[in-house]
Design a binder for this molecule. Sequence first.
Ligand SMILES: Nc1ncnc2c1ncn2[C@@H]1O[C@H](COP(=O)(O)OP(=O)(O)O)[C@@H](O)[C@H]1O
Ligand SMILES: [Mg+2]
Ligand SMILES: [Zn+2]
Length: 580
Amino acid sequence: MIPENQDNRKPAYLVLARKYRPKQFHEVVGQEAVVRTIQNAIKENRIGHAYLFSGMRGVGKTTVARILAKALNCEHGPTPEPCNQCFMCQAINEESLLDFIEIDGASNRGIEDVKALRESIQYEPMHSRYRVIIIDEVHQLSRDAFNALLKTLEEPPTRTVFIFATTEFHKVPKTIASRCQHFVFKRLSVQQIVDHLKFIAEKEDIEISPYSLKLIAEAADGSLRDAETLLDMVISFSGSRVQDKDTEEVLGVINRNLFEKMAGVILRGESEQIFPLIDSLVTAGIDLKYFYSGLIEYFRQLLLVRISSRPENFLLLSAEEIKKIREMADDFRAPELLRYLLMLQDGESGLRYSSQPRIFLEAWLLKLCYLKELRPVEQVLQNLTARKPGTAGSRVGEPPPTSAKMDERKHARNLTGSRSSGPKNHLNSNTNNGPAVFPDEMVNNFYLRVMKEKPVLAPILKMASRVEVNSGNLLLNFTRDRKHYADPVNQSLPYLNRLWQELGGQAVELKLDGEAYPISGTAPSSPERTPDPSVKETSPPSLRNFRDEEARNLLDDPKARALMNSLKAQVITVKKKNGT
Ligand SMILES: Nc1ncnc2c1ncn2[C@@H]1O[C@H](COP(=O)(O)OP(=O)(O)O)[C@@H](O)[C@H]1O
Ligand SMILES: [Mg+2]
Ligand SMILES: [Zn+2]
């Protein structure tokens, strides 16, 4: 894929997922069992005529299928490792070999398509040792098409190898599956992804911290393609020197703000927030012990800032961060903060040895929440005396931290809001709204669901400058300079609408600097006529005809779209570039 290049100073950009598609078996990350079995079969000349590759998106199915096609046809083969130099290897790399056919099961679902295929393969392959036919997303074929395919598998044409790939194995008819050799592609571990991203970053001369890589790997949730696409997004956002805060912003993941949020919840005694907050940690795959020690450190900072006149001498934090901590710490007396810190420390070993760390954490943090209610008797008495008219003002005499001041601040804290003073919700990261006048809970739930179901859409939503709920409508406003984030949101409106309604809302409205966002034909904002989003999102009709699997994937993939939008890129031609 060659994106259109609008900025002439920069070279045309090749997306990482494309550039770093492994060309040999040994480059494939993970999937050792699959690779070994296939290589052995080639060595022992036991090549099957039908393979079924199953596994989630972006774990190497298409990649391995292509390498297998080369291994079978390499002029030095069949060989367990293709040379990538000979005519056959190159032809397959360039997708110009007639006997190498890639079919997208999603857009060629019908019986006619399979019939045409059967027709075209009734003769022996002309140019190659093995004709290789890859049918991607094979589970999407219609029933008739499956039956036609079954006939083909019963009388397999000579020297023809079928490779079916699917993300939904359970939807592949048993009759088909039983005639194939089935390989399960595993999701990749965070470590495997981190290592691979590191390798790519080095090759690309990108400066990025292990922390950022880990955030990306966690967000990718097992898919190497997603990880590479996210890395692309982060790079396009921050350039070749990636700052952690940029990664955090792009991914919208946990950072100091999470500790700030949890500390606020505890100090305000908002016990009802504990369960959802911990749930969001678990959903985001955050290690609870890691989180807990971060929280302890945060309380230490609160105490230090409260006590010390020069906290900057002791804390490696920016002036801005210290200011934030001070705002929270100032509402409490040092002994109070100390009490929280000591209790947090008390919980540490319990958490470490608990067989159910999540439940332990929930219970322990709830206990901390209730600390506020369990104030020492002297203090309660002091408060009572202090409430007499005329004695207000002394710190001791201040009402407990449910005061109006705290209530006001309540709205200023949120999970992501590094720059936020807006309403308290997960989405609102860049705003200056007044106090919340809408159901935070619903927006939070909405966001958490998106994070769970569309982990890549979630961070993009966070790029909204303003999030409001207005008579049941969820309003997402993007500033003009972030239009490239609004575009993918627009594409996903049917999904977002459905989700919002499911949670009890009316509709989702997308705006650009306050103006209604140009709604494309494929993404109506009207809730009633929202078409089935799964259909809409995976196969916009205008893209149906894209032959090239990559290009189609790319266009269908909201992440890639966001990336392309952010690069102001377009697919103008679908062509293989000889990347490394
Ligand atoms: N196991 C893997 N090893 C190395 N790269 C991978 C792997 N899986 C995916 N990728 C990367 O993701 C891209 C898409 O992978 P692909 O094989 O098309 O995934 P799938 O067909 O399983 O959806 C590849 O071009 C490559 O950059
Ligand atoms: Mg694929
Ligand atoms: Zn070769």
